[in-house]
Each structure stands twice: as C-alpha cells, then as structure tokens.
Design a protein around this ligand. Structure first.
Ligand code: C2E
Ligand code: CA
Ligand code: CA
Ligand code: CA
Length: 291
C-alpha cells in the first residue's frame, strides 16, 4: 500500500476568534495502520540510507563569495521519489525519530565539510538545523563536541540554526546552552527570524552570531512596503546589537540589491543557488562561483 505522505503534514487553519487564525498540524496520535506504516518507513529510511543532505550556499554580500553551506535533508523514497523535509520532519518530531535523524544530520554535515576541506576547497562553515527535541536534550553540547572530535572539523566551521520559536520556549535554558556552545567556539544563528513570538529584550542576552530574516519578508520586497520595512528594521536592530544578518529566500536581483544597500551581511536563495547534492556543493566551493 502506498502511503500518501503529503497527508501527514497537513496544516489546518484554526479560528481563534475574530479574524485571528492559527495554523496547526493535524494531530495524528491515533495508531492507524497508515501512521504505523509511515513511521516504519521513516525508521527504515535511516537504516537503508535513504536520507541525503543537500547544501545551499550562503553568500557574503560584500564579496559575493560562499561563506557557508546550509545542510537541508531529503528523503529519497524508493517509490515516491524525493520527499521534502516539510513533509517528514514533523512526523519525525512527533515520533521521536528526530533524535537519531538529527544526529545523523549533524555527523554527516560535519564529516562532509571536513572532506571538502581535505579535497582542497576553501574553508566555510556548515549550518545544521536543530529541532526543539534535539536542542533541549541534556547532553546536546557534549554530543556536538563529540561529533566535532570524531569528524575533525574545527568548531568555527560549524553553525547551528535554531528557530526563534524554539529559543523563546525556555529562555533561561536556551541562554545557558548558547553560552556553552559559544565557549566551544560554535556559532549559533536564529532561524526564521521575525515569524516567532520573540521578545526583543531577550535578544541581547543571547550569545548568537546572526539572525536569519525569514523568507516570508524577503518575498514581499520591494513591492510590499510592510515587508520591506520589517526587513530593514531587522538589519538595523541586529547591527545595533552587534549581530550579523542573513537574508533568506533571495530570488531576485531587486531583492539582493535592496538588502545589499541596507548592509545585510549575507544572503541565501535561489538567485545564487538552489540546495544541491554534496558533490555539487564541493564543486561550487572549489570554483567559488555560484550557478
Ligand atoms: P529552513 O531552515 O528555513 O530552510 C530554508 C528552506 O527554504 C529550504 O527548504 C530551502 O530549500 C528553501 N529555500 C531556499 N532558498 C529559497 C528561495 O530562494 N525561494 C524559496 N521559495 N525557497 C527557498 P527545505 O529544504 O524544503 O526545508 C524546509 C524546512 O525543513 C527547513 O526550513 C527546516 O526548517 C527543515 N529542515 C530541513 N533540513 C532539516 C534538518 O536536517 N533538520 C531539521 N530539524 N529540520 C530540517
Ligand atoms: Ca534553516
Ligand atoms: Ca529559515
Ligand atoms: Ca523555515
């Protein structure tokens, strides 16, 4: 039986009253055969090597050079082809499979970056997305340290991306973990910035390196004045707090120019390159030009 994976990650709008809606994930806590089959398939995905990391270049605005590569997971399903993380990461989170999958991502990304360096590519950082369950593990800092040791990757060549919503969930705990990661020399960036319920006053307490402006704001540039204003303000605020800024989802030359004029430090998006398999990422690095 074919499982319709897309059904699993179905988001629905819930009316909160008035004109307020909230998107929520349809609950799947009943043990239907479909759910069990899907969990099973995802479990086997790891054992059967069906998971793969793609990498998307992060570009330094001033020089146009690649300074980072964000690791983005894909599932090469034997029947259904490539399945995007938007579909299976939510399931992995609900079932706890995100822990082994997340560890695999961290190990693979570090190993990969080290092997690019050994193949003569310029040194860049590799950025890894962490889920809440992974980030809030007691032993997360030790795990990260041990992955660095095993792979031989320098700490400054690893960046961890944590969404604003994860960070705001348990602020004191987060600050402590960020500090420990900072001590080890690992960079942390705040992903999807502007979409969470961030309390700006906390930002100054977070020892983070950069904010990633969510692509929903970049999309509206330049036609939507409100998106343009939000993106501009994030850049000003980040800089005044001593943080760097990366604009995500940059697709057009107009968007690039808008962000560059406002001093956005780095950018990432289809304008520069789509996420590509590891081998192609290595070639991009060696050429230091982007497609
Ligand atoms: P994200 O971390 O915000 O990643 C950016 C997403 O935007 C990626 O989608 C990327 O392919 C896409 N993107 C990049 N440039 C452009 C652009 O110019 N235009 C548009 N429209 N999209 C662009 P992707 O790869 O499907 O990943 C979706 C989300 O899944 C990620 O959002 C991240 O939250 C999650 N994810 C991906 N890999 C992992 C992982 O290894 N672990 C965890 N926990 N989550 C992951
Ligand atoms: Ca990310
Ligand atoms: Ca993002
Ligand atoms: Ca996102």
């Amino acid at each position: 039986t074919l499982i319709k994976l897309a059904d699993v990650a179905m988001y629905k709008a819930k009316r909160l009253g008035g004109n307020h809606y909230q998107l929520y994930k349809e609950e799947m806590n009943t043990l239907t055969p479909e759910r069990l089959a899907l969990e099973n398939a995802l479990h086997h995905a790891l054992e059967r090597n069906e998971l793969e990391l793609y990498y998307q270049p992060q570009i330094e605005t001033k020089t146009g050079r690649i300074v980072g590569m964000e690791a983005l997971i894909r599932w090469n399903h034997p029947e259904q082809g490539v399945i995007s993380p938007g579909v299976f990461i939510p399931l992995a989170e609900e079932t706890g499979l995100i822990i082994p999958i997340g560890e695999w991502v961290l190990e693979t990304a570090c190993r990969q970056n080290k092997s690019w360096q050994e193949a003569g590519a310029p040194k860049v950082r590799v950025a890894v997305n962490l889920s809440a369950a992974q980030f809030y593990q007691e032993e997360i800092v030790d795990k990260v340290k041990s992955v660095l040791e095993t792979s031989g990757l320098a700490a400054e060549c690893l960046e961890l991306e944590i969404t604003e919503s994860i960070a705001m969930h348990s602020v004191d705990r987060v600050i402590e973990t960020f500090r420990e990661l900072h001590k080890v020399g690992i960079q942390v960036s705040m992903d999807d910035f502007g979409t969470g319920y961030s309390s700006l006053s906390y930002l100054k307490h977070f020892p983070i390196k950069r904010l990633k402006i969510d692509q929903s704001f970049i999309r509206g540039i330049p036609s939507r004045a409100d998106d343009a204003a939000i993106a501009s303000s994030i850049i000003v605020m980040a800089h005044s707090l001593g943080l760097q800024v990366l604009g995500e989802g940059v697709e057009t030359e107009e968007q690039r120019q808008f962000l560059a004029e406002r001093g956005c430090d780095e950018m990432q998006g289809y304008l520069f390159s789509k996420p590509v398999p590891a081998k192609q990422a290595e070639e991009l690095l060696k050429k230091q030009t982007v497609v």
